[in-house]
Design a binder for this molecule. Structure first.
Ligand SMILES: [Zn+2]
Length: 448
């Protein structure tokens, strides 16, 4: 499957996830699935600390620490405990829930069980991060904006490799009073609770299965990796089973949280090798096979496919590394990262929004893709952004004798091109790589 198709499937998955969250589901707090990441890390040895990315200040974390501690216990007591078998309940009699400000590894998805202990750690920063992502999703969705910016944000967090990172709500420009809209508040809470229940149950699964920790990163061989993957799958199966039992009680827990968790995790934990806790495609397949909700199951399968596709992973990585934070402003579905310039002279060529096709020469064949372009013209100077479904590229150039000669850049690729006006509303031309104007293909645009 080509990258673009996969990527748009991914976006669609998010839209569907969120829409399906709004199906009437009895009155119950949402259950949230926890990050796999944490699960994989949960047995990591102490000397294998990751660099901790800082998203929230200490004061914020101290504020939330207590609240999350209480809600963790509540989720365990009210949702999970009632569906445990007597035997499971026995084994978990002394289980403890710890909410440190920061986790020892895997921030901001630090959910784990310290090796050999009957304890589940969920850091305040990680819970706040998940909480805010749920708020952001809910607000974007209810207000008709694309969830694409949120996916971009998560990928940037993973690939920009910064020590400090803006919070989801700041970076995505979500209004401070977002939760005052009860629709947003309800949806956000539903996803958050559902994802947390999944995560908590996953860690409890590790405890019940007496899973053991793994060696430091550098010592992990194939056999060890296999064992870790098996443990993750067992813990997932237990978590899904718990969600299933809760559902039979008709408490209104949705399976959405599981998917939400894996979506976030798949972008944050993307490394396919040399990672002690890869979110393997195999693991996702196992979750998909066990999941009884057919729609969720099929999206999990799509995600597993995306995860196994190296080309897609590279594209997402490149896009994340080159993207600026100002492209994360809320936008309508299908809209480009920047609104068109509507100031003046919108009728002159190379000003405003165009859409059309571009042809890409690949060996002896050509592939046609649709593209959208926003131009901003100032005299004979023109800048613009184009998008063909895989992040945005930039062009800048000059008009000479009515023809626009420009340079373009898309992630790490660049080149040149030219465009000529035809009639009132059309532009046609060619583009090429590096110093060529025409070895890449052709393009044709019409004013929107
Ligand atoms: Zn795990």
């Amino acid at each position: 499957m080509n990258i673009r198709v996969l990527y748009s499937l991914f976006i669609t998955a998010f839209i569907l996830i969120i829409s399906s969250c709004q199906n009437p589901v009895k009155n119950m707090p949402t259950v949230m699935p926890s990050a796999d990441k944490s699960t994989m890390e949960n047995n990591a040895s102490v000397n294998e600390q990751d660099k901790t990315v800082k998203i929230y200040d200490k004061k914020t974390l101290l504020n939330w620490k207590e609240r999350y501690s209480q809600s963790n216990s509540r989720i365990f007591r009210q949702l999970i405990k009632p569906v445990l078998t007597p035997n499971e309940r026995n084994q978990l009699t002394n289980v403890q829930f710890d909410v440190p400000e920061l986790g020892k590894f895997n921030e901001p998805m630090a959910f784990y069980r310290p090796d050999g202990k009957s304890k589940v750690v969920m850091s305040a920063q990680s819970l706040k991060f998940l909480d805010d992502l749920c708020t952001a999703y809910a607000w974007l969705h209810i207000n008709g904006y694309s969830p694409e910016t949120l996916i971009d944000y998560i990928a940037m967090l993973r690939y920009k490799n910064l020590d400090e990172f803006p919070t989801p709500l700041d970076a995505l420009q979500i209004p401070k009073d977002a939760l005052e809209d009860t629709k947003v508040d309800n949806l956000a809470l539903k996803i958050f609770t559902s994802a947390r229940t999944f995560i908590l149950a996953h860690e409890l699964g590790h405890i019940l299965h007496n899973h053991i920790g793994h060696a430091p990163k550098e010592k992990i061989g194939e056999k060890e990796k296999k064992r870790i993957r098996k443990q993750e799958i067992e813990a997932d199966q237990f978590a899904l089973d718990i969600l299933d039992r809760i559902r039979t009680l008709e408490l209104g827990i949705t399976p959405i949280g599981t998917l939400f968790f894996f979506q976030i995790n798949s972008h944050l934990n993307w490394d396919n090798h040399n990672s002690t806790h890869p979110l393997s495609s195999e693991r996702l397949q196992a979750v998909a096979n066990k999941e009884k909700d057919t729609m969720i199951s099929s999206w999990l399968k799509e995600l597993a496919e995306l995860l196994a596709d190296k080309e897609s992973q590279q594209s997402i990585q490149l896009a994340a590394q080159y993207r600026d934070f100002d492209t994360l402003a809320p936008r309508q579905r299908g809209e480009l990262p920047f609104a068109p310039d509507r100031r003046e002279n919108i009728s002159q060529p190379f000003q405003g929004s165009y859409s059309g096709n571009y042809t890409r020469f690949v060996f002896n064949e050509s592939e046609v893709l649709s593209v959208e372009v926003n131009f901003q013209r100032n005299g004979s100077k023109v800048t613009g952004r184009f998008n063909f479904g895989l992040g945005d590229g930039i062009i800048s150039g000059d008009i000479e004798d009515k023809i626009l000669y420009f340079d373009w850049r898309w992630y790490n690729k660049e080149g040149m091109g030219e465009l000529k006006p035809f009639g009132d509303n059309q532009l046609k031309g060619t583009w090429g790589y590096r110093s060529s104007y025409d070895d890449g293909g052709e393009w044709e645009l019409r004013r929107k």
